[in-house]
Write a protein that binds this ligand. Sequence first.
Ligand SMILES: Cc1ncc(COP(=O)(O)O)c(C=O)c1O
Length: 383
Amino acid sequence: MSIYFDNAATSFPKPEEVCEAMLQYQRELGVSSGRGAYKKALEVDGMVFKTRSLLGRLFNIKDATRIIFTSNVTESLNLALKGLIESGDHVITTHMEHNAVWRPLKVLEEERGLKLTVLSCPEGEKFNPGDLEKAISPETRLVVVNHASNVTGTLMPKEAGGICREKGVPLLVDAAQTAGVYPIDVEELKVDLLAFTGHKGLLGPTGTGGLYIAPGIDLKPLKEGGTGGESILERQPDHLPDKYEAGTPNLVGLAGLGAAVRYILDRGLENIRRHERELTQRALETFPQVPALTLYGPSSAEERVAVLSFNLGGLPPEEVSYVLDEAYHIMVRAGLHCAPKAHRCLGTVDRGTVRIGLGIFNTEEELEYLTKALKEIAVQAKS
Ligand SMILES: Cc1ncc(COP(=O)(O)O)c(C=O)c1O
C-alpha cells in the first residue's frame, strides 16, 4: 500500500471517468476539431464545446468562449502577463507567488521596464488588503496574486477583487491551487483574468489548463497560427477563443478535462471543499502533537486549502521525505516548491519545507498514519 500526499503538484489518482473519456476519444473519435465538417469532426467540436461550457458552469462564466485553453496555468499566466503589460507599467503582486508568476514578471522588468510592488505576507499569512489599496496608483496596470499559496495553502483575502474593481485595475488570479477544490465565481471574486491548470484540483490530465478573459480585457496573443476556420486571413482572427488558440488543441486532454469537471459538478464542489477542509482541520490538530514539528501558515482550516508545509526539528526536508517514502510508502514533496520568495516569509529559504497536498481521495486514516510515521521519525532523530 502507498499513500499519495502530493496533490498540490498534481492530483492522483484521477477519477475512472477521466481515464475512460481519454481512451474513448483516442479509440473511437481521434480526429481534429475546428477543422473538418464530417460527422466525427463535429462530434469532437461538440466535446471541446462541452468542456468549455462545463468550466464556464464551474466558475460562473457566462460566455464560455472567453475561456482560452492552454497547456497549463504557467502558459495561462504568461499569456495574461505578457499580453497585457506594456512598457513602464506598474504591477502589484505578493511574496507568496509561484515562479509561474514571478519569473515572467522578472522578464517583463528587464525587457519592458515593469515597475513592481510586492506585498508582504509575514509568516505566510494572507496580505493585508489595506496594503493593496495603498499600493495602487494611477500607473498600476495589473494586480496579480494567487488564490491560494502552493506552499502554505493560504487563501487570498476576499476583499482583493472589490479593491481592484473600485480602483479600475484588472485583477489576475492564479487559481492553480483552488480550481476544483474551492468555490470560484468570477463575478463574486471580481476577477478579470482567471488562470487555472487542469491537472491539480480539477482532476484532469496534465497538459491542460486555461485562462478566462473578462469582457473589456484585450491581450496580445502569445502565438499565431492555424485555427481551422478563416484560413484566408493573413492575421489571427480577432474573436475568442481563436485569437489565442493557434494550433491543434490537446484533444485527448480536453476529453479528460471535460469528464473531470463533470465529475466535480456531480460530486458537488461544496462536498469536495468540506472533505478537504475537514482533513486540513485534522492535520492542524494532530501535527502539533509530533515532537519538534513546526507547521507554517494560518492556524485555521477556513483560511487555507488543503496544502500544508512543515519542518521536523533540524532534519532536512529531503530526508523526511525520503524516509516517509522508503519506510512508510508515503509520497510527499520537499524543497522550495517553485516559490522561493514564500520561504523568505516563512524563514525557510535555506532548506525549504516538507509539503503535503491533500486530495479528495485522501482519508483521515491516511493522515493518522502519516502523523504516526512523523512521530516515529522525530523520536528516531532525537535518539
Ligand atoms: C500557485 C501555483 N501557480 C502555478 C503553478 C504551475 O502549475 P503548472 O505546472 O500546471 O503550470 C503551480 C503548480 O505547481 C502552483 O501551485
